[in-house]
Structures are given as C-alpha cells and as structure tokens.
Design a protein around this ligand. Structure first.
Ligand SMILES: *[C@@H]1O[C@H](CO)[C@@H](O)[C@H](O)[C@H]1NC(C)=O
Ligand SMILES: *[C@@H]1O[C@H](CO)[C@@H](O)[C@H](O)[C@H]1NC(C)=O
Ligand SMILES: *[C@@H]1O[C@H](CO)[C@@H](O)[C@H](O)[C@H]1NC(C)=O
Length: 354
C-alpha cells in the first residue's frame, strides 16, 4: 500500500525538534547478501536530461534509522537539484490543517453515536490502556528532548472521539510501544522537506491533501467497522500477550538500508495500514479483507501513480532547463510512467521497466 505519511506526520510535524541527529544504531543494516555498502542498490532513479532530474524513494521511518545508509549519490543528487518536489507539502501549515479536518466526523457527530456499542467500549478501554502505558513506553532520550507522555498522547489521540472511524483505526494501529518509541524524530520524507527549506531550495508538491484523504473516507461503513474490529482484536491479543508484535517496521528499515528494492516495493510494508488478510479468518471475513485491500490498492497505488506521473511529466516539460528531485514513497517510484534509469550507489545504471 502506499503512503500514509500524512497521518503520522500530522503529529510528527508538531514534534520535530531540529536537534542534532542521533547516530543510527550500529549494525542496523546487517545485509546478508552483499557486504559492501557501495555495491548496494540506491533508491535513486535518474531522468536523463541536462541538468539531470531524479526520483528518490523515501520511506516513512525516523530518518536517523536510515540516513547513514543512504548512498552518497542520492545525497549529492538532492544537494545539486534546485527544485525539490514531494507528494504533499509537509511544511505548509495548510497541509496539516486540511489533513486534520479531512479526518473529522461531520459537525455535531461523535464516535459514540456512530460506532456499534461493543466496538466503542473496546476502543475506549484500549485507549485508556495506551494512556496508562505511554509513560513506560517512552525512552529517556525522548524525555531528554522535552517530549512527555501526556503531551504525546494528546497530540496523537487527543480528539479521538471526533475522528472518523477509519482514522481512529489507523491511529490505534500506530499507538504501539515500538511506534511510540520512535516519535520525536522526523521521518525521512519530512526531514528532506526541512532540509530543502533550510537549503533554500524551491519546493513543491504533486498532490493535494484531499487526493490522499478522500479515498480512505470512501470505504463504506461495514468495511470500516470490520477494519476497526480487526485492529482492536489484534491490539487486544497483543495486550493479553497472546500475539507477538510483528516487527514490520524493523524489517522495512533493514530492507531499505540493504537496498533491497524488491522487498521494499513489493511488500508495500511502507504502509501504516494493517494487513487484514489473515489466513485464520472465516471465509466471509476473508472476502471483506480482500475487498478492502483491492480497493486501497486501486485508489492509493494505481490511480495515484497515474495522477502523479502526469504531473511529473507536465513539470518536466514546463521547465526543461531545471534540475528536479522528486522525493516520493519508495513504492511509488518504479510505477510512474516516466522513463527513468535506476542507478546503484556505485554508479552502474540500468533501465527500469516503466
Ligand atoms: C460495502 O462494500 C462492499 C464491497 O463493495 C459491499 O459488498 C457491501 O454490501 C457494502 N456495504 C454497505 C453497508 O454498503
Ligand atoms: C469482531 O470480529 C469478531 C471475530 O472475527 C466477530 O466474532 C465479531 O462479531 C466482530 N464484532 C463486530 C462488532 O463486528
Ligand atoms: C487472525 O484473525 C483471528 C480471528 O479474528 C485472530 O484471533 C488472530 O489474532 C489474527 N491473527 C493476526 C496475526 O492478526
């Protein structure tokens, strides 16, 4: 699945501190296949023209976890490009307020009125548990930066009773111990946006908030209730200790740092959307899970690829003498219908199928 950046960024934008980057954990990328970092793939694609333009595949994890493993060619391409484009303009306060309002229930409605009673009560109970645990989940490093549990809880979940169920579902899914521990450091895409601003580059965005937000609001009521129920069931078994946390974020970071292109792209791990297709589901529920998955795939990957591809093409044609750097979710780049070459960090280059 594609980018759910905005959901997390909404909070992360409020929290990023601009502090000096902590070093990535030693040994974070223990790549099995290739030992030489310089022989690994980068997530950089060139668009051959003069000056060259680039696609760079980002992921939505704290940048400190991946920055040291991003090859120099990608960093140089970023520095040399005069215009940097993102999916959304994450540094624009309008983006944040538009995301917030897109997630809200219509005026006068409340989750208590909307949700089945059983789901509402379980949700409330789960959030009380999270609030209780949050001070224990946070790290001394987070405290050192002035980040406190009350503040963080309110920033993420403060107005949960007013959110649309689908957004509450995503919120619950991101309120785990592992995710909480990574708050307070900008994610890679936001970090690049801040760097572009600091370096006084011209910046822009190829999408509008509504284009990312509305497809999610387009899931119907029974689909959303199903998804929220599954998310709560999963969190409840996690709480009861009968389910291990699936370390999908850790896997994603490892694949990204190892330049393992196909894993990052094909798994669609970079989504924050839970995968509901669970082999133990009863047949009727498995069908619902598959319908949700194919709806989101259609809306958030295929339709968006087409839209983004058209806008990229238009920009390149309008400004033929400018060097662009397009920083999009790593799972978007290879699907865009713009001809480009993929280059490894050692400079080898091959054509990707476009
Ligand atoms: C929701 O959408 C699914 C799949 O399109 C459909 O089977 C179901 O009947 C819809 N439910 C409601 C309440 O509209
Ligand atoms: C939640 O899911 C469980 C297990 O799939 C099911 O038995 C239960 O009826 C669902 N609850 C609601 C409110 O949909
Ligand atoms: C799969 O679904 C079943 C029934 O809803 C649930 O008990 C189980 O925890 C789920 N497994 C995972 C990994 O989510």
């Amino acid at each position: 699945m594609s980018r759910w950046s905005w959901f997390l960024l909404q909070t992360l934008c409020l929290l990023s501190t601009g502090a000096a980057p902590p070093r990535a954990a030693p040994g974070a990328a223990n790549c099995d296949l290739k030992s030489q970092q310089s022989e690994l793939n980068s997530f950089l694609w060139t668009i051959k023209r003069d000056p060259p333009s680039y696609f760079f595949g980002t992921i939505h994890v704290p940048y400190t976890r991946v920055w040291d493993f991003i090859p120099d060619n990608s960093k140089e391409a970023f520095l040399q490009s005069s215009i940097v484009y993102f999916e959304l303009d994450l540094t624009d306060p309008y983006t944040i307020s538009a995301l917030t309002s897109c997630q809200m229930l219509p005026q006068g409605e409340n989750l208590q009125d909307v949700l089945p009673r059983d789901i509402y009560c379980r949700l409330k109970r789960h959030l009380e548990y999270v609030k209780l645990m949050m001070p224990l989940w946070m790290t001394p490093d987070q405290h050192g930066k002035g980040l406190y549990a009350d503040y963080l809880f309110n920033a993420i979940a403060g107005n949960w009773e007013r959110k649309r169920p689908v957004w509450v579902m995503l919120m619950v899914n991101s309120l785990t111990e592992v995710d909480i521990k990574s708050r307070g450091v900008p994610v890679l895409d936001l970090f690049l946006a801040q760097e572009a601003e600091r370096l006084k580059k011209q910046t822009g965005a190829v999408e509008k908030v509504e284009e990312q937000c509305h497809p999610l609001n387009g899931l119907n009521f029974s689909q959303v209730i199903f998804a929220l129920n599954q998310t709560l069931l999963q969190q409840e078994s996690l709480r009861a200790g009968s389910l291990q946390i699936p370390y999908t974020t850790e896997d994603l970071i490892k694949h990204y740092n190892c330049g393992d292109l196909s894993s990052v792209i094909l798994s669609h791990d970079s989504s924050q959307v839970p995968n509901f297709i669970n082999a133990t589901l009863p047949p009727q529920e498995r069908i619902t899970a598959q319908e949700i998955d194919s709806y989101l795939r259609q809306e958030l990957i295929y339709k968006r690829n087409e839209r983004i591809g058209k806008r990229v093409k238009a920009l390149l044609e309008e400004f033929p003498d400018k060097g662009f750097f397009f920083a999009f979710g790593a799972d978007q780049c290879p699907h865009l219908s713009v001809s480009c070459s993929h280059i490894t960090s050692s400079g080898r280059s091959y054509q990707v199928a476009v």
